[in-house]
Design a protein around this ligand. Sequence first.
Ligand code: SF4
Ligand code: SF4
Length: 145
Amino acid sequence: MPRRFGIAAMAMELMESLLVQKPATVIYPVERLEPPERFRGRLRFNPDECSLCGLCQRDCPADVIKVVRKRVEKEDGTKELTGHLEFEMDRCVFCGQCAQSCRKGAITFTHEFELAQPSRELFMMDTRTEDTADEECDVDEDTVP
Ligand code: SF4
Ligand code: SF4
């Protein structure tokens, strides 16, 4: 087979190699690639692990998180700290700082990346539960300074 020289030959060789290579892209959404292990997708909050310390609110650069703490007086006269977190997820830049700051591991990230919503309200994440509902926690409400 005769040897090819010059730019034309290099272009031909490139074309040939591209023809036998698999494409780097996939036909999304029919085909899907698994995100890398440390990919930060949808944020997940675990209220059972949260101590309401407020570090995530303090360190979030996008002002996404509000930690609402309430002291509730119990029947025996002692006070118990309770509360919840509110996330304005449309502001989140997925920097991961909240998960880094949380010493309890209460904030993690999933691999979910299809997060579009038709309205801003749907990005609001309020972690209030029956135990932390306003009517039960109306004593001495404050948020983290
Ligand atoms: S990932 Fe970053 S921007 Fe999003 S809530 Fe956490 S600290 Fe804030
Ligand atoms: S840093 Fe962690 S434990 Fe502290 S309030 Fe935030 S989620 Fe809860």
